[in-house]
Design a protein around this ligand. Sequence first.
Ligand SMILES: [Zn+2]
Length: 310
Amino acid sequence: MKKIINIVIVLGMCLLLLSGCKSNKSNSLVIVTTNFVGYDFARAVVGDEDVEIKMLLKPGMDAHQYEPTPKDIKSINDADIFIYVGGESEEWVSDILEDLDSDETKVIKMMDSVNLKEEVIKEGMEEEAEEEEETEYDEHVWTSPKNAILIVKEIEDKLSSIDEDNEEAYEENAENYISKLNKIDEEIREVVSNSKRKVLIFGDRFPLRYFVDEYGLDYYAAFPGCSSDTEASAKTISFLIDKVKKEKVPAVLKIELSSGKIADTIASETGVSVKTFYAVHNVSADEFKDGKTYIDYMNENVKVLREVLN
Ligand SMILES: [Zn+2]
């Protein structure tokens, strides 16, 4: 995998040499983001200003399976601002950044904007096939609305620094979006503090540590954050079935764009329903066309919380 990505990067660099760096740049500023949240936050800060925003991950695609094409690498090099997350799923970025002209392209790494948490294997989860030697930080930093605020501020900062003429507009747009994020944050706190139980059970990966920690919720899940596993063992499934029964939760959760196989199995064994909780890695093509935002998905999450915590 690493080798293939290296070849792609070399190809990308060749393409750059052939086309000449930055030669095709239009007049408007260009922001390139890897995943959907980067795109959504940048869109909110840009508002009506003349800035082009490109998302490398195609709508509907699994963020963990993404590999850059030579064209994507050229887009990053041509960008005025490049926004990425920076975790295990985006290890390919570091090779590209080595060759990037930092005067030409400002880089925002979401993981640098927040306090990081380590990825944990919680009771009942599948163990990783290989033992990880280094501490691995959980890359899903944006799942907490409080962190989303920090990332939006960072985007506003960088954008204002390269486009001072529109500084006020960016500031106002960012403030607008941040006030929506604060509203969601308050709503989640209100739901959690008035809820009967404080635990979520996922028959899926668990990319929501930043979210549950922020709101004092407990959780159980089949795999840690970005596990590539999709098959859970009988032991893991029966552990989660027992938890659903013991905690008497009305629904077991799955993540967006997941097959939902494990959650379905648990649901059919326990008679509870399956609900989608959004970690907002990516959106479907239709949702992308409809202009859905991070706020929309968090609103959906608030509804789900109201149901499953009571
Ligand atoms: Zn992930």
